[in-house]
Design a protein around this ligand. Structure first.
Ligand SMILES: Cc1ncc(COP(=O)(O)O)c(C=O)c1O
Length: 391
């Protein structure tokens, strides 16, 4: 089994204690040893609230543009592998996970000790939230940015330090660095940033990672990095390979079109992987069918290129609609676009939903903003039709 994880390593990579059901009791035991300040599960509830509107929309949904999914995926090869894997669905996918991890390691030039897989990146963000907030530590983030990790950290012992974005809606690295204290547990960088779709200068971010990671762990959430024209040039995985105290999170939920299939991973130093492994069952969360689909779809360049090209075409169309209606927008490096509204954000969401179009709103810099995910062309046309009635 040189090319795949043996069972022992698989269990280790899943953060499980050796020996059968010790898995559950061990994990639960460790979790119950966690700080006892968990007050609620508000972020999960929030997701439920968001999906509630979809489970009971006021009318037929014409465009689902609220969760930054990729409607062009998963690829045909991934779908076939997924259905083929059903027959062996009674087996734990030990070997298959090993094969997937090997693919990731070979492509990225890391070793399996650097990788921790899970059912999406969400459980890994949660693991980091729990670990790095211990003892009342501060989590530094941009504002607005993806709030899953810091909002969970707050439910444990963490303190959320929010740093406003720069005038061009990018994360303000200098201001974030200036906020680091002896009590900082983690700096969380979402690059490209959700919800503003802005991306940082690669060299500046690299220098930041090298410098700041000497003081504190830097978490780079690269959920949308696959939308960059040169992913290898933009990723901070090189900082991990250079030995820095940096964690890079990746997900199959976006360009791969696996949001409902659930697969993500982090690449980090082996001791970081070991520490975070305590806070999640890791690979035991992932289904055999999803792993099979991911093996078939990983770095399937033709599919990825095609999905990216379709996304860009839909995005150009959206830009033209916004311009024609006299709206400004933040130029986007991702599969979503943020623009300031001329009416109340909540009301706009409701009115668009009544017209079968799901989008999301934000409030920051004293303005109401809309975030539109990029969908198929017919979805963007449905957006345009509804938007013109309200703009
Ligand atoms: C920046 C960012 N990170 C992480 C996630 C979580 O993705 P998943 O758990 O599907 O991998 C999302 C989802 O939208 C996201 O926008």
């Amino acid at each position: 089994m040189s090319n795949s994880l043996n069972r022992r390593n698989w269990i280790k990579s899943s953060a499980l204690m050796a020996g059968g059901l010790a898995f559950l009791s061990g994990t639960v035991g460790k979790l119950s040893a966690m700080p006892a300040k968990v007050k609620a599960v508000a972020p999960f509830k929030r997701v439920t609230d968001q999906t509630a509107i979809l489970s009971a929309p006021p009318g037929p949904m014409k465009a689902r543009l609220l969760a930054n999914e990729n409607p062009f995926g998963p690829s045909a090869a991934a779908k076939k592998a997924l259905t083929d894997a059903i027959d062996t669905g009674y087996q734990y996918p030990f070997q298959q996970l090993g094969d997937l991890v090997k693919k990731i390691c070979d492509y990225e030039g890391v070793t399996r000790d650097n990788v921790l897989c899970d059912s999406g990146s969400t459980p890994l963000l949660l693991a980091a939230a729990m670990y790095y907030s211990k003892g009342g530590k501060e989590i530094i983030t941009g504002d607005p940015s993806y709030d899953d990790l810091p909002s969970h950290a707050q439910l444990f012992e963490g303190k959320w330090v929010k740093v406003p974005l720069t005038a061009d809606y990018k994360l303000d690295l200098d201001a974030m660095e200036a906020k680091i204290t002896d009590n900082t547990g983690l700096v969380y960088i979402c690059n490209p940033n959700n919800p503003t779709a802005t991306v940082l200068d690669t060299e500046k971010l690299k220098a930041f990672c090298e410098r700041v990671s000497k003081k504190v762990t830097v978490f780079i959430d690269e959920a949308y990095i696959d939308y960059m024209p040169d992913v290898k040039a933009a990723t901070m995985i090189g900082c991990v390979k250079a030995g820095n105290n940096v964690i890079v999170a990746r997900t199959f939920s976006k360009l791969y079109g696996f949001a409902g299939l659930r697969l993500g991973y982090i690449i980090a130093q082996p001791d970081t992987v070991d520490k975070l492994s305590i806070y999640t069952p890791g690979a035991f969360n992932i289904s055999a069918t999803t792993i099979a689909a991911a093996i078939a779809g990983y770095r399937e360049e033709d599919f990825l290129k095609d999905a990216l090209a379709k996304t860009l075409a839909s995005k150009e169309y959206l830009y033209s609609v916004l311009k024609a209606e006299g709206y400004e927008y933040i130029p986007s490096s991702t599969n979503f676009v943020m623009f300031p509204l001329k009416m109340d954000g909540k009301q706009f969401v409701q009115e668009m939903m009544k017209r079968g179009v799901g989008i999301r709103n934000w409030k920051f810099n004293g303005k109401d903003w809309c975030r539109v995910s990029i969908g198929r062309m017919d979805e963007m046309q449905a957006f345009a039709e509804a938007f013109k009635q309200l703009s």
